[in-house]
Design a protein around this ligand. Structure first.
Ligand code: GLU
Length: 481
């Protein structure tokens, strides 16, 4: 059997759109599942849209996602170059071959003529279609104008009759009437190919067996097949993917404020969680399993699990999944991931950050969440003494005062500052005074954190804050009562 060769062909836009990341992932998974070759091809023929550094962002996003490629601009391969702008010379000869065989033709129509036609047709409620005006030029006339250095494009010569079709692996048979197809430009006046041409030439030249891409290309694929037929080339298997939607009405779009892959990582989502979530946006394993490592996805992936219907990106679901991944990390891993966020709000040298990580791990959905949970460690926030009121604990500002005064003495007398040491000292006091735990612990926590909830309870945060600071905070809080 022929070796499977798939490709991911992003245009350098400067960020990794989540829909594109999903295309890359599925294409990669299919190649890995089928022991095939995965190729990275950069489609940069639209020079106007080029963004500085954008190609590097493609590499780095792919690497972060764990998607490796056997052939690509940076690693080379037998079918290079893998950047379209560097393949520029290969397209024109193919286009000329089509001109020779009558499947394409030179067009010298100026922008003014085309704009006029477009306006006229739009006014009539029709979609623009080039009128094959230049098809009637004789070979000699064409040569004369080329010799005179006139600007030109090369257009596909779509037959006026008949239809073009193909069978998509997901969407089934797609057929269009040739009369509905425009004579699309194949080579632009800057001699760069359009996507419409480059994708066909490149997929053929690179021996691509399976083309996986967004369903926005579904309707133009019949026209690509006319080109394959004109050349007499073997067609790839087409697998078009339904779009990733922001909601029922519109596609996910960075311009409308939806996050890219990089944005999600910046917002503190874990790469593994994003990949796992994205994998399930439009693909189902056919079982109840939801949590997949990339390795497991490789084994489980199949084209049969791909869905025809659009998938809706659900931030809540992703957030849930992220929390699940955080729970699975060990404390050290989690610690290292949140360290940069800790550094933003506390002086990490002053605190037992490993212990803090242990406390935070169970209740963290996305990494930056931890900042507002721990900033009180660095600096005692302003708070209202109303916080001492707790109905069930039977506490208020008045009951708090003597308890806090006693706490100063109890804690000041401690020599070794550990959570256990603090617990047994405070519990000793609670037993001696015969009050309920909360009667002491609630005001203690409020007095040193200014908060009603903290990572860990009174003992844990007393330990974290340290002896000297705890005593100072207690005294300050007493003076407010
Ligand atoms: N460069 C195209 C895009 O970014 C790729 C389409 C394809 O995979 O053929 O949408």
């Amino acid at each position: 059997m022929k070796q499977i060769r798939t490709r991911f062909a992003p245009s350098p836009t400067g960020y990794m759109h989540l829909g594109n990341l999903r295309t890359a992932l599925y294409t990669w998974l299919y190649a890995r599942n089928q022991k095939g070759i995965f190729i990275l091809r950069v489609e940069d023929t639209d020079q106007k849209r080029e963004v500085e550094g954008a190609v590097d962002i493609i590499y780095s996003s792919m690497k972060l996602a764990g998607l490796d490629w056997e052939e690509g601009p940076d690693v080379g391969g037998d079918y290079g170059p893998y950047i379209q702008s560097k393949r520029q010379d290969s397209y024109l000869p193919y286009a000329k071959e089509l001109v020779e065989s009558g499947h394409a033709y030179y067009c010298f129509c100026m922008k003014e003529r085309l704009d006029g036609m477009r306006e006229e047709m739009t006014a009539k409620g029709e979609t623009f279609k080039y009128d094959k005006h230049c098809l009637s030029l004789s070979k000699e006339q064409v040569q004369e104008r080329l010799d005179a250095g006139e600007e030109y494009v090369i257009r596909q010569n779509v037959p006026l009759e008949g239809s073009a079709s193909f069978d998509d692996a997901i969407f089934g048979r797609i057929e269009v009437q040739n009369s509905d197809l425009d004579d699309a430009v194949l080579i632009k006046s800057d001699l760069m190919p359009t996507y419409n041409f480059a994708n066909v030439v490149d997929d053929h030249s690179m021996d691509i067996t399976h083309v996986m891409r967004g369903s926005e290309y579904l309707s133009s694929t019949p026209r690509y097949n006319l080109l394959y037929d004109a050349f007499g080339w073997e067609k790839p298997v087409y697998i078009h993917l339904s779009p990733v939607m922001a909601n029922a009405q519109r596609k996910l779009s960075k311009r409308q404020g939806d996050p890219s892959f990089e944005d999600l990582l910046e917002q503190g989502f874990l790469i593994e969680a994003v990949i796992n979530y994205i994998a399930l946006l439009g693909w189902s394993p056919g079982t109840e399993q939801e949590m997949f490592t990339l390795e497991e996805l490789k084994g489980a992936f199949s084209l049969e699990g791909l869905s025809k219907s659009p998938a809706i990106f659900d931030m809540q679901k992703l957030t849930w999944m992220n929390a699940e991944y955080i729970k699975k990390l060990n404390v050290k891993e989690f610690h290292d991931l949140i360290l940069p966020y800790m550094k933003k709000v506390i002086d990490v040298d002053k605190f037992d950050t490993m212990y803090l990580a242990e406390l935070l791990k169970q209740r963290c959905e996305v990494l930056p969440d931890i900042m507002e949970k721990i900033d009180f460690l660095e600096e005692m926030p302003e708070y209202s003494t109303d916080l001492y009121f707790h109905k069930r604990m039977k506490t208020n500002a008045e009951t708090a005062k003597p308890v806090l005064q006693d706490m100063v003495n109890v804690l000041d007398a401690l020599d070794t500052w550990t959570v256990e040491g603090i617990r047994s000292a405070v519990m000793g006091y609670i037993e001696k005074t015969e009050v309920k735990n909360g009667y002491v612990l609630w005001p203690l926590r409020v007095a040193i954190s200014g908060k009603m909830s903290t990572p860990g309870g009174a003992y844990e945060i007393t330990y974290l804050i340290g002896k000297e600071e705890t005593i100072a905070r207690l005294k300050k809080s007493i003076s407010m009562l």
